[in-house]
Design a protein around this ligand. Structure first.
Ligand code: ARG
Length: 636
């Protein structure tokens, strides 16, 4: 049972006496800040008092008299300007938890009205270095899918692969010019990654071509320019990948002039390569059979590469409808938007305009190419028509906020007003230097190494703690703990902020980490093993929860808040509400365990009561971890 909701429901009929608007304040029920005042606090009297022009204290007293809290409340009092303090009944708490032991959902009810969600997450650009941002989307998206499903919603997960972008032009160009046949036969994915890198590196100096040209002109007019701009020349040489760029710091000006010439040549070649790659992309998009065939050859390898990572992360998708899937629909999307006057032609392109100070959204470029936005609009139409969602969530980097704001607005103008569109944005993963975190090797391969590193580090911890377990078992635990730590580090942050990646913090046995929670769970399980206790025996023996000690009551109160934590995480699409809760639960348990003997409790009744509290805690921890996509382990 969600107590916050239950208490809100109890005051709603009283608030109804003050009118519709007052009822809206019923949800102002919070866990009490100060335990000495009670367990929950209802804070609506101030707002309602203001609304109807009466002293809040009077309103609070009326609410207290009028509400039927049933037997779950022991004591209600009004404090200060009109806070209503609620103290739950110990008897009710104990009875409730006794029955909760038999409930595999530990008191979490399903929503009354299931909604349909499409969750668009992970969505990497295939055949291109996948960065930790995509890992973040994968982890957060998966946790949201699990929580929403658990609450009883219908969830459709869709991986909107970037499988139609300019990276394919680069790879096709690379395949045609630089293919290492042997490597391709042996390890196609590695060869594709290599080809991408080769073409990327060769095309990159195109970016500095203009600057080099300007510099050359200036140097002609004024021979001292190169000496003055030496630092910049050195930088440009480094950027263009010149081997001996370091030596230029000291080199004579004549050498700088020479280098400038070399750089300009490279930049020109780079331009030609970039242009050639662009043309390969254009040919692919225009349906050229050779390029299409190459794309079809590459794709299964790219997908298998991704699937290997998803399997290891235990992440699954109902659909993987990538950008390529929507290509046949783009023309009609643009035409429809033009016909309805939502889009207009402007300087040869087709755009949708917003306010004065917002850039327009281009849905067809002047060269006829469709854009990322056009694809997303086709995707919305497809999803609405095929999945009929109430909500569409996009778990994507916050840097794409403007894109989504515009796409959502266009979709609404287009008439797709039923779904609520949500950009579930997240911040950047930073390295220890506080710059965007990069895996040294880059790419999916880098991501795999990252996962492997987490598992290796976890293995060291497991080896140290549990040398008595078999090799095989230790490896399995390490896999769960390492990947769990990686996921938890991400999920425990408020997703909207950037966070600093740190192996040490992530795998710490103390503090708010996945490792600590997994350990807390395994420790409770070990109590049962050590005492040779079987839950069935406890239950058939008539065990009941008793609250004899303050720390038992604290633990009981924490346990009953599990539904509230999930509800909040789901309502705001913020998994960290659940992690914070689980961490607090583990801490509360730890206090309880320090104060109360379990296996050697004073009496048989107390022993079984405490074992039930242990069982409930373990159950909440394991359910909670699984909702985050983390596999709990029985020993560690
Ligand atoms: N592939 C895109 C990227 O890597 C993310 C796609 C997100 N989903 C979407 N429907 N736009 O930036």
């Amino acid at each position: 049972m969600n107590l916050r909701k239950r208490l809100a429901a109890a005051i709603r009929p009283v608030l109804a006496r003050y009118g519709e608007e007052a009822v809206g304040y019923a949800d102002l029920v919070r866990p009490a800040q100060q335990p000495r005042f009670g367990d929950y606090q209802i804070n609506c009297a101030m707002a309602v008092g203001k609304l109807i022009g009466r002293p809040p204290r009077e309103v609070a007293e009326e609410i207290v008299r009028g509400a039927d809290f049933g037997e779950l409340v022991e004591e209600v009092s009004v404090a200060g300007p009109g806070f209503i303090n609620i103290r739950l009944s110990d008897k009710w708490l104990a009875d409730y938890l006794t029955t909760a032991v038999a409930d595999e959902r530990v008191g979490v009810e399903r929503v009354e009205e299931a909604k349909r969600f499409v969750i668009d997450f992970s969505s990497p650009n295939v055949a291109k270095p996948m960065h930790v941002g995509h890992l973040r989307s994968t982890i957060i998206g998966d946790a949201l899918a699990r929580m929403l499903r658990f609450m009883g919603h219908v969830v459709i997960t869709d991986n909107h692969l970037g499988d139609w972008g300019t990276q394919f032009g680069m790879i096709i160009y690379g395949y045609k010019h630089f293919l290492d046949e042997e490597n391709w036969q042996r390890d196609p994915v590695a060869e594709l990654a290599r080809l991408y890198q080769v073409v990327y590196n060769r095309a990159k100096p195109a970016e500095i071509a203009d600057e080099l040209e300007r510099l050359a002109k200036q140097a002609q007019a004024d021979p001292d320019v190169l000496a003055r701009k030496r630092d910049r020349v050195v930088e440009l040489a480094a950027e263009a990948g010149l081997d001996d760029w370091q030596s230029l710091r000291e080199a004579p000006v004549d050498r700088l002039r020479e280098v400038l010439g070399v750089l300009r040549e490279r930049a020109e070649q780079a331009r030609a390569i970039a242009e050639a790659a662009r043309q390969e992309t254009a040919r692919l998009h225009a349906g050229d059979p050779e390029n299409r065939a190459l794309w079809e050859t590459f794709m299964p390898h790219c997908i298998e590469e991704l699937n290997r990572i998803y399997r290891r992360l235990d992440v699954h998708f109902d659909y993987m409808l990538g950008e390529s899937f929507y290509q046949p629909m783009l023309e009609s999307v643009v035409n429809e938007l033009l016909e309805r006057g939502i889009a207009t032609e402007s300087e040869g392109a087709v755009c949708v305009f917003f306010g004065e100070d917002e850039p327009p959204c281009i849905i067809r470029k002047s060269d006829g190419a469709y854009t990322y936005a056009t694809t997303d609009l086709a995707t919305i139409k497809y999803r609405v028509e095929n999945f009929d969602p109430d909500h569409i969530l996009y778990v994507v980097d916050y840097r794409q906020s403007l894109h989504f704001k515009q796409v959502f607005e266009i979709a609404r103008r287009w008439g797709y007003t039923k779904p609520e569109y949500v950009h579930v944005a997240f911040g950047t993963v930073l390295g220890p230097d506080r710059r965007p975190f990069r895996t040294r090797e880059g790419g999916t391969i880098g991501l795999e190494l990252l996962i492997q590193e987490a598992v290796n580090r976890a293995r060291r911890i497991v080896d140290e703690n549990s040398p008595h377990l078999s090799e095989d078992e230790r490896q399995q635990i390490a896999e769960a703990v390492g990947i769990g730590a990686l996921k938890y580090a991400d999920l425990s942050q408020n997703r909207t902020s950037d966070y600093v990646f740190s192996w040490e913090k992530m795998l710490a046995m103390q503090g708010n980490t996945g490792t600590y929670l997994q350990y807390a769970y395994a420790r409770i399980r070990s109590i049962f093993r050590k005492g040779e206790v079987r839950l069935e025996d406890l239950l058939s023996g008539g065990a009941r929860v008793l609250l004899s000690h303050a720390s038992e009551r604290d633990l009981a109160l924490k346990i009953i808040r599990f539904p509230e934590a999930i509800e909040q995480a789901v309502r705001e699409y913020m998994p960290h509400y659940l992690t914070t809760y689980l961490y607090e639960l583990a801490e509360t348990f730890s206090t309880f365990y320090n104060h109360c003997d379990v296996l050697r409790a004073e009496s048989e009744q107390l022993r079984s009561s405490r074992l039930l509290l242990c069982e409930l805690t373990a159950r909440v921890l394991s359910t909670g971890l699984q909702l985050l996509g983390i596999r709990p382990v029985e020993r560690m």
